[in-house]
Design a binder for this molecule. Structure first.
Ligand code: KG4
Ligand code: ZN
Length: 345
């Protein structure tokens, strides 16, 4: 089955063609660079830029895959969670296409799609995924640990009480005057700093699988002020040590809490998904953790970890193949807890 995926929940306009849920035929992502000037995503601007980008992004996905409009069997589009205006741009566009092509469309849960994205390379290679899994979902808007008893089942074990991990990367980069988004910048600069140079706190929460990153962010700000760091100086050795120490603290907190969850909830595999799963230090640490527990690690390549539409198409295929289709009077959902009992699509 050939599915067109459409993703516009934040600041990436993305479209992809995926065959049979895991075979990525094309994966086109247009990142909106306009937000960099504001140090964060401007929702209204994101919505308008998606409308401009979607026709050519979808066109490119079809031509890259060598697929014609008539060959599309169904459309999967992100329905939530995310920025309402941004979601609506993709949602309305995809529904219009579904109407014109007379094919079914399904609205997809963005975080469930991230989880599927981490499984796609393994599914494409014909590997069996054995449940239960433990999934760490780390993105710009979410940081959560789920136990997945079986396919399409998500039990929330813990989540962040304040900032998401990606948000912490972005805010720390912003306070040091570094480029947006901060995650990839700090990942790169950390190679040149000493991760043990600056003592920074690792928050321990009363909920054993919860996270908190705002104290760490404040500690970084205090260090920047007391050392009189000038903004926008990525070559200052003190900045390099500070970002490397910050990244080490985030990775420690994510890995230690995941290790505690693995001890409390025996599983058959560990999965890491979302934009922060692109972080090289986190990837190495999670591989060691999986190895220590003798578990397979499900981790997507970078282009399937950060926002993309291939994960949306792949995840939507299951529902489309089962004959699923959303009615045209459904709308987007800004807040949509995964594992809340509502169908996690
Ligand atoms: O999943 P994603 O692409 O979008 C959301 O659903 O939010 O995640 C975006 C987040 C941003 O905060 C970005 O800074 C972070 O992922 N990110 C990274 C890296 N690449 C992207 N964080 C740390 N290291 C990276 N290499
Ligand atoms: Zn995402």
């Amino acid at each position: 089955m050939l599915v067109l995926g459409v993703e516009t929940s934040c600041d990436e306009s993305a479209a992809a063609i995926v065959a049979d849920g895991a075979d990525v035929r094309s994966n086109v992502v247009a990142s909106q660079l306009e937000h960099a000037a504001y140090g964060g995503v401007v929702p209204e601007l994101a919505a308008r830029k998606h409308i401009e980008a979607l026709p050519w992004v979808v066109g490119a996905a079809l031509s890259d895959a060598g697929v014609s409009w008539q060959e599309i069997d169904g459309i999967a589009v992100t329905r939530g969670p995310g920025l309402v205006g941004a979601l609506l741009s993709g949602w309305c566009y995809a529904r219009g296409l579904a109407r014109a092509l007379e094919c079914p469309h399904v609205g997809i849960h963005h975080l469930a799609a991230h989880v599927h994205g981490a499984l796609m390379p393994h599914l494409a290679a014909g590997e069996d995924v054995v449940y239960p899994l433990l999934a760490l979902v780390v993105s710009g808007g979410h940081t959560s640990l789920y136990r997945l008893p079986a396919l399409r089942q998500f039990a929330l074990l813990g989540e962040t009480r304040d900032d998401a991990a990606g948000e912490a990367f972005d805010k720390v980069a912003a306070l040091l005057g570094l480029d947006y988004p901060g995650g990839p910048v700090i990942d790169r600069l950390s190679d040149r700093g000493d991760p043990e140079a600056v003592p920074l706190p690792r928050a321990k929460m009363s909920g054993p699988f919860d996270f908190s990153f705002s104290g760490l962010k404040t500690a970084v700000r205090r260090q920047a002020l007391s050392n009189r760091l000038r903004p926008g100086e990525p070559d200052d050795p003190r900045v390099l040590d500070l970002v490397a120490s910050f990244q080490a603290a985030v990775v420690d907190m994510l890995a230690d809490t995941t290790a505690a969850a693995l001890r409390a909830h025996p599983v058959r595999g560990l999965l890491v998904a979302g934009g922060v799963a692109a972080n090289r230090a986190l990837r190495t640490r999670m591989q060691s953790l999986a190895d220590e527990h003798g578990l397979p690690l499900y981790l997507a390549p970078i282009d399937l970890s950060t926002d993309n539409a291939a994960m949306v198409a792949g995840w939507g295929e299951g529902r489309l193949r089962a004959g699923g289709a959303d009615p045209f009077d459904l709308s987007v959902v800004a807040t949509w807890p995964l594992g809340s009992g509502e169908a996690p699509f």
